[in-house]
Design a protein around this ligand. Structure first.
Ligand SMILES: Cc1cc2nc3c(=O)[nH]c(=O)nc-3n(C[C@H](O)[C@H](O)[C@H](O)COP(=O)(O)OP(=O)(O)OC[C@H]3O[C@@H](n4cnc5c(N)ncnc54)[C@H](O)[C@@H]3O)c2cc1C
Length: 481
């Protein structure tokens, strides 16, 4: 078979330069990889490769050529050098829990599964750092840090399976960002393999360090387009106190937003501040009736503190803010077990939204916190105009909500209106000075919306940076930028 046009791979405005990865070339390339890597590291059995073609977005994936599971940085380097020489695209993969298609297959690509690089190399309590390989599961690092009295703050809801490499490459968030920031804030230094196979380290492991440009930050959130992360030095913190919290229900969303704003703007930050709206609560009543959420509840907030000193005062403050803004009822959890019960409603969110009408889109917007009430009003207008139901739940403490359009997938007209609403929500976030991608990334799913947010000159600079790192455009082409 001759050369095929790289139909799935567009890089920027231009088609990527005809990657020669069809038929015979792919077979020869797989043999090259087998010669370079340890036994069993190269898998071209089509059903196994196909199984690895998706991430959690389940976007339709083309057919990858081969799945590779390197066992060392050197092997990652060998794969990239060979792929670069052959012009074969490479898709780095962590746990494939991503929600935007960033780790899904590209036609004829190498799926580079980093899962076997899963060692916690060291945890250093003096320098308060962890040095880890990319395949380490986030929750495993959290537990290893806790075992020596330390704390790794990044905590996406997928922590039990998402990888350190994937969470760095997406700059993952989660529920603790209101106090501890996003994954970027925990990344000190990275070892990465560049497209041509060269192994580099971005900076020293010191807290302070301003030599040269900050390429560590550039790798964070780059979705595998600039290099493959093979080791990360991560900043740890002293262990926090036990988590305690207060939840409350409100008669309207505006009162809940006002209460949340008072708490998030206060001098003592909660470690978590979450919001559920009326649509979400309706779904939760369906899937978790035993939680007893009353029909009158139109909004719900949960504020958590993990302070070692003063946590009782924090709880008093949260409760006072809730009641001052008309909360119907506030429930206090004085220890982590009780708090777990308060979290139950928030944890039920995804199945609850599906339960409302059978189908649910996936949203991840961020706006300046001051714009949340404006966003909420605009969503009401959108609901009425398009005749769809939209839930607006999420991380109210940092302005990152997950607006979800719920719809009947069996109704073509309603499904079309849901998709239109999904698109309008992206435009709305941008109009309010926000972003279409709070924490889940751009991948391929949201690529169409980037022009609405990133000015043309900045887009141009970003593509120029990409071409310096990856002149042949082999690293996750068609994603992120
Ligand atoms: C139920 C559920 C809950 C979730 N909750 C949250 C949440 O609360 N907050 C949040 O932010 N996200 C959340 N996510 C999304 C997802 O878990 C995150 O995006 C996560 O960071 C992806 O990690 P991963 O290891 O699965 O990476 P993958 O999905 O495998 O890859 C994601 C991106 O990283 C790149 N990549 C992976 N490893 C490397 C590497 N070593 N070097 C270079 N690039 C690499 C891939 O190419 C891809 O671009 C959730 C997902 C699910 C399914």
């Amino acid at each position: 078979m001759g050369r095929r046009v790289c139909r799935a791979v567009t890089y920027g405005a231009t088609q990527c330069p005809g990657h020669p990865y069809g038929g015979a070339v792919a077979t020869a390339f797989v043999k090259t990889l087998r010669d370079l890597l340890s036994d069993g590291a190269v898998i071209d059995d089509p059903p196994v490769v196909a199984e690895h073609a998706f991430d959690a977005s389940r976007t339709t994936a083309p057919v990858a050529a081969v799945l590779v599971r390197p066992r060392s940085t050197r092997e990652v380097s060998a794969v990239l050098r060979a792929a670069n020489d052959a012009g074969v695209p490479v898709v780095p993969q962590g746990a494939r829990s991503g929600l935007v298609g960033a780790a899904a297959a590209i036609d004829g690509a190498v799926l580079l599964d980093l899962g076997a690089l899963d060692r916690i190399v060291r945890i250093d309590p003096v320098d308060r750092i962890a040095v880890v390989q990319p395949g380490v599961v986030v929750a495993d690092l959290q537990r290893a840090a806790a075992a020596v009295g330390l704390f790794y703050p990044p905590d996406p809801a997928s922590a039990e399976w998402a990888s350190i490499g994937g969470t760095i490459a997406t700059n993952a968030g989660g529920m603790r960002c209101v106090k501890y920031g996003v994954t970027r804030d925990a990344v000190r230094s990275l070892e990465a393999v560049l497209a041509d196979g060269e192994i580099v380290r971005t900076r020293a492991e010191t807290v302070k360090g301003v030599a040269g440009l900050d390429l560590t930050s550039l790798f964070v959130g780059s979705e595998g387009t600039l290099g493959v992360i093979t080791e990360a030095t991560l900043a740890l913190r002293p262990a926090p106190g036990p988590s305690r919290g207060v939840s409350a229900i409100f008669r309207d969303a505006a009162s809940a937003f006002a209460a949340a704003n008072v708490i998030a703007s206060g001098s003592r930050l909660p470690s978590t501040l979450e919001f559920l709206d009326e649509v979400a609560l309706r779904g939760i009543r369906l899937v978790r009736p035993e939680l007893g959420i009353p029909d009158s509840a139109q909004a719900w907030l949960l504020a958590v503190t993990d302070e070692v000193i003063g946590s009782a005062e924090d709880l008093d403050g949260f409760e006072a803010a809730f009641l001052a803004h008309g909360a119907q009822a506030a429930t206090r959890a004085d220890d982590p077990e009780q708090l777990d019960h308060l979290f139950a409603a928030r944890r039920a969110l995804s199945p609850a939204l599906v339960a409302v009408r059978g189908g649910a889109t996936h949203g991840d917007l961020a706006v300046p916190r001051s714009q949340l009430p404006v966003l909420a009003d605009a969503v009401v207008e959108l609901r009425l105009r398009l005749g769809v139901e939209i839930s607006l739940a999420g991380h109210v403490g940092d302005g990152n909500l997950h607006p979800t359009v719920v719809f009947d997938p069996g109704d073509a007209d309603e499904t079309a209106r849901a998709r239109e609403a999904e698109h309008e929500l992206l435009v709305l976030a941008q109009r309010l000075g926000g972003t279409v991608a709070g924490e889940h990334g751009i991948g391929s799913v949201k690529l169409h919306a980037v022009d609405g947010e990133v000015p043309p000159r900045i887009r141009e600079l970003q593509r120029a940076v990409k071409s310096v790192f990856d002149p042949r455009g082999i690293l996750n082409p068609g994603r992120k930028l």
